[in-house]
Design a protein around this ligand. Structure first.
Ligand SMILES: NC(=O)c1ccc[n+]([C@@H]2O[C@H](COP(=O)([O-])OP(=O)(O)OC[C@H]3O[C@@H](n4cnc5c(N)ncnc54)[C@H](OP(=O)(O)O)[C@@H]3O)[C@@H](O)[C@H]2O)c1
Length: 252
């Protein structure tokens, strides 16, 4: 999939005007999920924006209780109904747990894809062995994982590189926790940039990583879109790689 470097994460967005503003500001990749309880808000924002549906990449995720073989189709249909769309561009398995069983879940998702309800299948929060098992049933079009200066995984990056799909970095600002990180702050000051911009520039400096920061104000939305244009030097990238890693924000 050809995803732009920066898309919109919508977890916590409950106002369609934010989605519309983001699209007007230039966002083309919109990421929601059943569990965010805002697919209708995202759909209303898409509907209100002055951009053709065909120019947008809309992703949603089946929650763990929609992964049983007989739940996939009605779950997908319900998401499309809330979004007001005929199809999503990317339909993810949100987490490989609950009713997830690769042998049953993935053929069911592949069937809804073949019927045109989704253009591509993605996975999220998978381990390398789970990715390998999933590849027996679907072409993985994207893997969405936690990836920011305080937590990231080389093994998942390596799998994306080896198998040729984009890694979609979620929580690139660690929900705001990167703003107090001394290395990030120092690089930001030297560059006359914000810590948010440095974090997004660092995340998107890796091939094939794209990201989906969540933002609410027009100023944050525009700044995050522009951040991918900030080019960090190798030494700056390595300094950020040297930050002590913390626990995941979103463990199982
Ligand atoms: N697949 C999964 O399991 C999973 C798990 C977690 C998240 N996600 C996805 O990843 C997306 C992003 O992750 P996240 O929501 O956890 O956090 P995030 O994008 O790391 O951080 C969002 C926070 O940073 C603030 N912010 C954004 N841009 C800023 C800027 N330029 N300057 C200062 N502050 C800024 C936002 O404030 P304002 O809103 O006030 O602008 C918000 O409080 C989610 O929305 C969701 O789509 C996926």
């Amino acid at each position: 999939m050809d995803l732009p470097p920066v898309g919109l994460g919508t977890m916590g967005i409950d106002d369609e005007r934010v989605v519309r503003t983001a699209i007007d500001a230039g966002y083309r990749h919109l990421d929601t999920a059943q569990i965010y309880d805002n697919e209708a808000v995202v759909g209303a924002g898409i509907d209100a924006a002055a951009v053709d549906r065909s120019d947008l990449l809309v992703a949603t995720k089946l929650w763990v209780d929609s992964l049983g073989p007989s739940a996939v189709r009605p779950g997908t249909a319900a998401s499309l109904d809330r979004l007001g769309l005929d199809a999503v561009d990317l339909l993810y398995v949100h987490r490989p747990r609950g009713d997830y069983d690769p042998e049953e879940t993935l053929p069911a998702i592949e069937a809804v894809r073949e019927d045109g309800l989704a253009r591509h299948v993605g996975v999220s929060n998978f381990e390398p062995e789970q990715l390998a098992a999933a590849r027996e049933y679907v072409d993985i079009a994207a893997h969405q994982v936690e990836f920011h200066p305080l937590y990231w995984r080389e093994d998942l990056l390596a799998d994306a590189r080896a198998n040729g799909y984009p890694l979609v970095a979620y929580s690139p600002l660690a929900g705001g926790r990167v703003f107090d990180e001394p290395v990030i702050r120092d690089i930001a000051e030297r560059r006359d940039a914000s810590p948010a911009a440095v974090s997004i520039a660092w995340v998107t400096s890796y091939e094939p990583v794209v990201t989906i920061p969540k933002a609410s104000s027009r100023a944050h939305l525009e700044a995050n879109l522009a951040a991918a244009e900030l080019e960090l030097a190798d030494a700056e990238i390595e300094r950020i790689e040297g930050i002590d890693r913390e626990e995941e924000l979103f463990p199982e």
